[in-house]
Design a protein around this ligand. Structure first.
Ligand code: PAF
Length: 275
């Protein structure tokens, strides 16, 4: 069922809850791929009712060209979601009516890595995700680990704001060669698509080196060089961070995460792996 207004979504969910159903939410911006569908499968396995939201959120695009180029294909996305209980497809006006003036900022976690390179991105993301949580009144929400920093930020504000929702992180889905699935991959030309796998390879290589006791600064420098050599024109960061706080770490004492962002063929890709 397609739902376009907050009022209709609330009425639908109220009925489900009256029947005692657990409600799962998978927030997306559409351009669905197998990564999204794995979240939907997980939600359907865990919850009696599942809502998938599709909303290309203008507030989380710091680059107007990126927003304009973001792939949109409602009919294809809805067809892929056959079997889901509700697809929430609000308009921009429904999400941000005239006079909308609020924003959610998560200190520190939201200021690093992607936060440095995409100013305002996480405020826009956190604001829309909080709205989706309150609109849907979901019991559980599912997010991909591909956007690791996003996942940590969502966990943080759910805890900080005592939101009655459980956050489930789901593993990154990868193409056969290891490239993390992303809606942006379809913008890569054939050559760049083949070269883009270097990001996952560089992270894997760096993770091995760190585990073997390599000095973080050297390992990260080498990974940056490997990305440049593979054809990434600019490398925004390759960092080794505490998995939860995302503060930089030099030695491994707690679970850590290697995260990278770099552009190839004019397409900015991100990826991360556990260390
Ligand atoms: O990960 C995304 O696709 C978006 O950031 C999200 C969570 C749907 C919020 O717009």
């Amino acid at each position: 069922m397609i739902v376009r207004t907050v009022a209709d979504l609330r009425a639908l969910v109220a009925g489900w809850k009256a029947d005692g159903a657990t409600v799962g939410l998978v927030p997306t911006m559409g351009a669905l791929h197998e990564g999204h569908l794995s979240l939907v499968d997980r939600a359907r396995a865990d919850c009696g009712r599942v809502i998938v939201s599709i909303f290309v959120n203008p507030k989380q695009f710091n680059n107007p060209e990126d927003l304009e180029k973001y792939p949109r294909d409602e009919a294809r996305d809805v067809a892929l979601l056959d079997g889901v209980d509700a697809v929430f497809l609000p308009t921009v006006e429904e999400m941000y009516p005239a006079g909308f003036a609020s924003s959610l900022h998560v200190d520190r976690l939201g200021d690093r890595l992607e936060g440095t390179h995409r100013p305002g991105h996480f405020d826009g993301m956190a604001t829309v995700v909080l709205k989706l949580f309150t609109m849907s009144q979901a019991d559980v929400a599912f997010f991909g680990e591909k956007d690791w920093q996003q996942l940590q930020i969502v966990r943080r504000f759910v805890t900080d704001l005592n939101l009655p929702i459980r956050i489930e992180g789901c593993p990154t889905m990868r193409e056969a060669d290891g490239l993390a699935m992303s809606s942006r991959n379809r913008r890569l030309g054939t050559g760049a698509r083949a070269e883009a796998v270097a990001m996952h390879e560089a992270l894997q290589h760096a993770a091995r080196a760190v585990r073997q006791g390599g000095e973080a600064a050297t390992v990260l420098h080498n990974a940056t060089q490997a990305l440049r050599a593979a054809g990434f024109a600019s490398v925004d960061y390759v960092e080794l961070c505490d998995a939860e706080t995302l503060e930089p770490v030099g030695t491994l004492s707690r679970p850590a995460r290697l995260l990278a962002a770099a552009s190839i063929d004019g397409v900015r890709l991100i990826d991360n792996i556990a260390v």
